[in-house]
Design a protein around this ligand. Structure first.
Ligand code: PMV
Length: 347
């Protein structure tokens, strides 16, 4: 083809799962379907320049983080390129310079794998589009999500849409194990601009990685029940999102967070990622909710940090509550205000 060199730049956000993905089969196929809110402020911005090579050798790329060389990312990217090569046979024809940065503080305990892999996948699809200009938009975004999935499972939910479903589910039209799809229904007003304040409880490296955690779902005594439950919870949350039922939203979302951690508590070997302050925060949220009737709830990722979710209409009082009662449980009083966003963007 005539494409010799060029460059592109994309941002992609993080996402927070409402119904969690935990457990996978080979080739990054999820054991159960999941759904997430796309975030807006926590994102990765990645610039890629590419130039045609003289001879086709292995993969060839330079890696920069915030403009400086970052060798420690190399194995991850190498592995990602190997996984996607069959779907992107043009990769070895080019040398890439990949320059990436995150909008959230470095080593804040917020995983950058979802936003990072999504941003890289968008840039690769930009190159593919240059090679194949007739490509339609639907293909562009689904393949970007497909590639992102091969980088990090949950990354496939960071491509496009406010609410994204990944994994085949009988009530979600077009859903697939291979890529994320925008929630097909109409989201109720109550969930528009939903807020997510991320409380940074522990910024240290996790003791057990998500990769190991997913693996421990093989031969897990409660795995089959858990996978069934995720299907049921996804059916319910579909209705909840369409009808604006915040009360039942809270029940499912909190139960999903605790179930995720219950899977860790009951695997062999067992482990705990929550910290004492995680539990303090959860109890404070429950107390505040029962005393004031404010529809605020929490969710957790595979870590100690707490995501506080609430409608935009109660933002002022919830932020005041967080500042007065929860910030003391955060490491260095750190928290990040985020809200629902719409996915990756070309810069
Ligand atoms: O995408 P991974 O392999 O890092 O797994 C992430 C899993 C959870 O964040 C715990 C849940 C989810 O659905 O995002």
């Amino acid at each position: 083809d005539g494409v010799e060199n060029g460059n592109s730049e994309w941002s992609a956000p993080s996402n927070i799962a409402l119904v969690k993905y935990w457990g996978k089969k080979e080739h990054q196929i999820p054991a159960n379907p999941s759904v997430s809110f796309t975030l807006n402020n926590c994102k990765t911005i990645t610039k890629v320049s590419f130039s045609k090579k003289e001879s086709i050798t292995g993969f060839s790329f330079d890696l920069l983080f915030e403009g400086k060389e970052k060798e420690s990312f190399r194995p991850k990217i190498q592995k990602f390129f190997e996984r996607i090569e069959t779907y992107c046979p043009y990769l070895k024809n080019f040398h890439f310079v990949i320059d990436t940065l995150n909008t959230f503080p470095h080593s804040s305990g917020i995983a950058s794998s979802a936003s990072g892999m999504a941003a890289l996948a968008m840039n690769i699809m930009d190159l593919e589009k240059a090679l194949n200009p007739q490509m339609n938009e639907a293909y562009f975004y689904s393949k970007a999500s497909f590639l992102a999935r091969l980088g990090s499972g949950s990354a496939c939910r960071s491509i496009k849409g406010n609410v994204v479903v990944w994994g085949t589910h009988k009530e979600i039209e077009g859903s697939s194990d291979l890529f994320g799809v925008e929630f097909p229904g109409q989201i109720h007003e109550n969930f528009k601009n939903y807020q997510d304040t991320i409380l940074l409880v522990d910024k240290g490296e996790k003791q057990v990685s998500s990769t190991v955690g997913h693996d421990l779902m093989h031969n897990h005594p409660y795995a089959e029940k858990r996978f069934e439950q995720a299907h049921v919870n996804l059916s319910q949350i579909k209705n909840i999102l369409e009808t604006g039922d915040v009360e039942n939203f809270i029940k499912i979302v909190e139960s999903e967070a605790l179930t995720l951690h219950a899977m860790m508590l009951t695997s062999m070997p067992y482990y705990i990622l929550m910290k004492p302050n995680t539990l303090e925060i959860i109890n404070r949220i429950w107390k505040y909710r029962s005393e004031t009737g404010t529809p605020v709830c929490f969710t957790l990722d595979a870590g100690a940090n707490v995501h506080v979710l609430y409608p935009e209409s109660v933002k002022e009082k919830v932020v005041a509550f967080i500042q007065q009662e929860l910030v003391g449980y955060c490491q260095n009083s750190q928290y990040i205000c985020d809200e629902i966003g719409k996915g990756s963007e070309k810069i």
